[in-house]
Design a protein around this ligand. Sequence first.
Ligand SMILES: [Ca+2]
Ligand SMILES: [Ca+2]
Ligand SMILES: [Ca+2]
Length: 186
Amino acid sequence: MLKPLQQRKLIRLFNIYDSYNSGEVNRLDFELLAYKLSQGKPWSVLRELKVKYSELWKEVKEMADKNEDDRVNLDEWLEAYDKLISSGKIEQIILDITEGFFQLFDADQNGYITVDEYFEFAIAYDLFGNPYQPGSFPDHKFEEAFTKLDVKQNGQIDLEQLRQLNRDFFYSEDPNSPGNWLFGWY
Ligand SMILES: [Ca+2]
Ligand SMILES: [Ca+2]
Ligand SMILES: [Ca+2]
């Protein structure tokens, strides 16, 4: 059974993936994420991301779309994560997400995520609002989130740290756990 804090975080994650805010997650949400991620980048990048996110959607569908209607609603989502977490299968997903995240956001490929690279992620996944629209993006919340995630306080997050943050995001019931902040507010 998911604990209340775990559930809150997973609802947060659901709302992030429901990028069209339709109240359910489907193929279009993943397509939109690919578009947002590739904004300002070359066509080849968009093409690759569309394939990647279409595969990601297929995996989510496979894992969570219990009634096979090509949509994942919140109940299906929570049930699927409950199973993944209690069976330990989430561990492989955490490894995959962390690798994928680094491929996408470690722009200079130096093995660290900096605040600027996290900013790109925050924009694409709409974690805090639109930074280019006055009043929509609370700078202090964004900075606070990165400061929490930057456990070593050296301005960067490496692969192993990010794995641990991901684990904390899915497993931790501690409200002070830094990983809770991986996807902004929850
Ligand atoms: Ca949706
Ligand atoms: Ca469904
Ligand atoms: Ca980097």
